[in-house]
Design a protein around this ligand. Structure first.
Ligand code: FUL
Length: 598
């Protein structure tokens, strides 16, 4: 029923003196397809660790071809307990290991392969890495998951119908010997190409095998059925992210829907297939000494956290152990920084002591009251009458607060419904409501970041919902400004150039300049120019290099305008900056402006 906020306060006051007015409304009907109990439990894990480890770790390639000598696999100081301890301290809830990557090498002594740890130099062929890792996961209270690549460049049966049963047999080995498996990861990649081997996978057989051996496991592939790929390996989830997808007629790999579809899901999709965001903490999936100093920055990882967990997706972060068989200190240090940053960002919910009311509550039944949004009980929620697909929630804080992040959770056991909402705060200066942000889907969890504001009131306008909205939690936070995304205005000013390009400034006429300035994007996660060469020219043909391999000091941590003064003024018409190295791993460089200092 829809009321004004005044009517609501009056009704609450009256109900204080009589119990007879407590109406009883039916709980909302489920909307569309729903998550299974296992999918809901999986979604609640939020953050897990991916481990890529195998011969590639030792040969410095991303895709081994199956012809590598199994003896190359020889970690000198393997310690799966160190992996588990690191994942636990990082706040991750489970570990998924590449039990068999595209090279076909098995990290357990499979009886269906001759390319395994048994043939390796590690522990004289007596080792079983899945045993060590599954034991470590049990010890640290972590879930254990398994990645198996159907594409196998080693197995002689690959490319023949016999391979499907071989693959099912290897599945059964890993799914029956190491305890509970929470997620079975099927990689859709295949590099055979037009003239390579053709294998028609028997997905039905693979799925039935998983369900038989591990009935609660979530099956990952491009299209699920348990959870889906998010369409890229960079950690980007669509601003709109539905947990539903049409899967009929599609297959994992080349037969999958377009990445854009996987990225956003489909509001009317026929199956519940939530997104999982998989990305690596380093540029590659496997360890390489050449990437020791290219571990993703804290800001980049925080951004991925906000756009994965904060956009209705799980975050599967790959942390590749090194050649000792241990997580490198550069990676574990970053993981701990990330944990601390997440904990600090969400330590204080500014809604403590606040009151929240709604202009509509289902049947006016206190069971569905807006106050349910503030408790930590997952199964209590606020919702409207069946016919209401819009509503407004108003939050009054006990005192003014400064904030820039709102958390919303839809009660997904009843389906995903909300399609568009707006966040407003009361702006005392103008005496009116002002918009903080507008966003689309919510799903299991949505985090919306916006420019920092101070107020004692905010409201959430649910503008469009596919059925009556059902929310079970909201939270309000102040996160450090460095973790806020670029504003639309900042975004509009950003220019990008390719890795091989330079930026040339033409002064129009010959002038004497003292130096030049570079205005980077004021975002620690942006790929600004860190190191560069600078050239000047009078005619645009003959160039003089005036600065070589020079660093913009501290630009990684503090990307503000950089003024560079030459040792003496120079007469120039053209100035050219040739970027050599970005502040963050990327195919492009970002800049707002480069100009001359006259
Ligand atoms: C891709 C694979 O080709 C990569 O090597 C990596 O395993 C990644 C997670 O999936 O499809």
């Amino acid at each position: 029923m829809r009321h004004t906020f005044q009517q609501i306060s009056m009704a609450l006051a009256l109900c204080g003196i009589t119990t007879a007015c407590t109406p009883k409304a039916e709980a909302p009907a489920a909307y569309g397809v729903l998550p299974s109990a296992d999918q809901l439990a999986w979604q609640q894990l939020e953050y897990t660790m991916f481990i890529h480890f195998g011969p590639n770790t030792f040969t410095d390639v991303e895709w081994g071809d199956g012809k590598e000598d199994p003896k190359v696999f020889n970690p000198t100081d393997l310690d799966c307990r160190q992996w588990a301890a690191t994942a636990k301290a990082a706040g991750m809830k489970g570990i998924i290991i590449t039990a068999k990557h595209h090279d076909g090498f098995c990290l357990w002594p499979s009886q269906y392969s001759t390319h395994t740890v048994r043939e390796s130099a590690w522990k004289d062929g007596k080792g079983d890495l899945l045993r060590e890792l599954s034991d470590a996961c049990k010890e640290y209270g972590l879930k254990f998951g398994v990645y198996l690549s159907p594409w196998d460049q080693n197995h002689p049966d690959y490319g023949t119908p016999a391979y499907n049963q071989v693959f099912a047999n290897t599945l059964t080995e890993v799914l029956t010997n190491y305890g509970e498996v929470f997620e079975q990861w099927f990689d859709g990649a295949n590099g055979e190409g037009e003239h390579g081997k053709k294998q028609v996978y028997d997905w039905n057989l693979f799925h039935q095998t998983v369900y038989k051996d591990q009935p609660h496991a979530i099956i990952f592939s491009d299209i699920g059925p348990g959870c889906r790929w998010v369409g890229n390996e960079q950690g980007h989830v669509g601003e709109t992210n539905w947990s539903r997808l049409d899967t009929t007629g599609f297959t994992p790999g080349l037969g999958a829907p377009k990445p854009k579809v996987l990225n956003t899901g489909q509001p009317d999709g026929e199956a519940w297939v939530p997104a999982e965001t998989n990305t690596s903490i380093r540029p590659g999936w496997f360890y390489s000494p050449s990437t020791d100093d290219r571990v993703k920055s804290l800001d980049k990882l925080m951004d991925i956290y906000f756009t994965s967990v904060g956009r209705n997706s799980n975050f599967l972060l790959n942390v590749p152990p090194d050649r000792r068989g241990r997580i490198h200190p550069n990676d574990s240090t970053r993981l701990m920084e990330l944990r601390r940053a997440i904990d600090e960002a969400f330590r204080t919910n500014l809604l403590a002591g606040a009151t929240v009311s709604a202009d509509a509550t289902r049947g006016d039944d206190p069971r569905f009251a807006a106050s349910n949004l503030l408790d930590d009980t997952y199964d209590t929620y606020w919702c409207t009458d069946e016919a209401d697909s819009t509503a407004t929630l108003e939050v009054v804080l006990p005192a003014e607060q400064t904030f820039n992040c709102l958390l919303l959770q839809e009660y997904i056991p009843l389906g995903q419904r909300i399609a568009r909402f707006r966040i407003e705060y009361w702006d005392d200066a103008s005496g009116s409501w002002a918009q903080a942000a507008e966003a689309t889907t919510v799903g299991y969890k949505r985090l919306v970041r916006f420019p920092t504001v101070t107020s004692d009131k905010l409201r959430i306008l649910l503008l469009s919902s596919r059925a009556c909205p059902v929310l079970n939690h909201i939270g309000l936070y102040r996160i450090p400004d460095r973790f806020l995304p670029a504003t639309a205005e900042q975004q509009a000013r950003i220019r990008t150039i390719g890795r091989q390009e330079s930026v040339t400034v033409d002064l129009g006429t010959v002038k004497t300049i003292k130096g030049f300035y570079y205005l980077p994007v004021n975002q620690v996660s942006a790929p600004n120019i860190a190191r560069y060469n600078c050239y000047v020219s009078l005619d645009g043909k003959e160039w003089n290099r005036v600065l070589s391999n020079t660093l913009f000091n501290n630009i990684r941590n503090n990307p503000v305008r950089q003024d560079v003064t030459f040792t003496q003024p120079i007469e120039v018409r053209y100035l050219k900056v040739e970027p050599l190295e970005p502040t963050n791993e990327s195919d492009i460089y970002t800049l707002v402006d480069i100009g001359c200092l006259e």
